[in-house]
Write a protein of this length. Structure first.
Length: 420
């Protein structure tokens, strides 16, 4: 049982309203009294707010919203985003963390959020994890003027969720969870998208299964979840039960195996309504490359980069139970990753990777994939490959490639653009 519930001392620290705080610090303003919004006003009233001050949050304004959603009677100042400033401030804070822990025990999760494993430092500092968290947050404020929230937990998951859901309720911004808190603090979380790792789209998929809270997810049949969502179904169940075996050191290991990947910077903002078309086209390209080289993938990765004003995004992978070169299977796992992590922000970059490559030896069947269906897909893909090799990549295209949002025809004309 201890293997499933290791006891580490993990801190998850998030800088409050980071962009807005940076702007206030630079201008000598008080973020608790000044209504300030960071947004690109050149985009008009539909611009997305990248950050707002606590002063506006107290009035019920969401951190990420459109300018036109802010009630007209609320007066506020708009300042343009300055990414160089934010990166410099982020580096200052990271250097503070490195005064307390080694680089091996620090994971920079995003520009404003980090994980610290302080397990091996408590005796050195003669402090509890809670006392050390207080010390670090005070140092951040004294040296940079920025304030932060901190979640403490026995693993990365519980530290993160404690920070997301409870830390902001306390004056010092610190919340500590233990495994004993799972039934009373983790399981009541609803809606599901408040839980780390469950995006609004995955929430909808789980709602279809009549799962509306983390507790309901924790008590759902994990075999059904695995059948529907693959390896991610098992991970969702584990996380709902507070199980997270990942260590900060896991994020320091670079992948050693060869992989095929493809990235595409988009010519306009995409969203959940049209991005699946781009994903499908990129999957077809990578699946064709797998077939051409007689390879199959065991790891599928999807990365989404948001528009330059927002920055950030995500990249996640999932390990398959059996190797594949099937475009329909690769597409299925890309869509699961997308539905789980996408948060309805404008998309400007997509990356798809096929890793853990193995020589193709045949087809490994399971109860859910009929042999005749797989053979039919293989024959169709082989015929398409032969036509494209002989007459060019645009000699045969899907009808969807004629849609305005498609980039397939233009990309095929430039192709040569895969990465290894």
């Amino acid at each position: 049982m201890e293997e499933l519930y290791p006891k580490r001392n993990i801190l998850c620290i998030d800088l409050k309203s980071f962009f807005a705080y940076c702007e206030c610090v630079e201008r000598g303003l008080d973020p608790f009294t000044v209504p300030l919004v960071v947004a690109n006003k050149n985009q008009g009233n539909g611009a997305i707010t990248l950050a707002i001050t606590p002063c506006l949050k107290k009035l019920g304004i969401a951190s990420r919203t459109r300018l036109y959603d802010i009630p007209a009677h609320i007066k506020y100042t708009i300042v343009p985003p300055r990414m160089k400033l934010y990166l410099a401030k982020s580096k200052e804070v990271v250097n503070i963390y490195l005064d307390y822990v080694s680089e091996n025990d620090l994971h920079v999760y995003s520009i404003d959020e980090c994980f610290l494993d302080v397990t091996d430092y408590l005796k050195l500092y003669k402090k509890s994890d809670y006392e050390l968290a207080e010390d670090i947050l005070k140092t951040i404020y004294q040296k940079t003027g920025l304030t932060a929230n901190c979640g403490i937990g026995p693993n990365m998951l519980l530290a993160k969720v404690a920070m997301d859901t409870e830390a902001k309720k306390y004056k010092n911004g610190i919340a500590k969870w233990t495994y004993e808190d799972i039934p009373t603090k983790l399981w009541p979380i609803t809606p599901l998208s408040k839980m780390w790792g469950i995006g609004p789209r995955m929430e909808k998929n789980l709602n279809i299964l009549k799962i509306y809270s983390v507790g309901e997810l924790a008590h759902y049949d994990r075999h059904i979840l695995k059948d529907k969502f693959g390896v991610m179904g098992t991970e969702l169940w584990n996380h709902a039960n507070g199980i997270d075996l990942s260590r900060i050191n896991d994020y320091k290991v670079l992948p050693k195996d060869k992989s095929y990947s493809h990235s595409q910077v988009l010519f306009k903002d995409y969203n959940e309504n049209n991005i699946k078309l781009i994903i499908n086209e990129m999957v077809e390209l990578l699946a064709g490359r797998l077939r051409q080289n007689k390879k199959q993938a065991t790891i599928i990765g999807l990365g989404i980069g948001y528009s330059k004003d927002i920055q950030g995004g995500f990249y996640h992978t999932t390990k398959l139970d059996a190797p594949t070169d099937s475009p329909s299977e690769i597409r299925h796992f890309c869509e699961i990753i997308f539905d789980r992590y996408y948060t309805f922000l404008p998309i400007r970059k997509v990356t798809i990777s096929c890793g853990g490559l193995q020589p193709k030896k045949g087809v490994q069947l399971d109860l859910f994939h009929a042999l005749d269906k797989i053979e039919e897909e293989t024959k169709i893909n082989t015929a398409i490959d032969e036509i494209k090799n002989k007459f060019g990549k645009n000699s045969i295209i899907k009808a969807s490639s004629l849609l305005p949002d498609s980039t397939a025809i233009e990309r095929n004309q430039k192709i040569g653009g895969h990465h290894e």
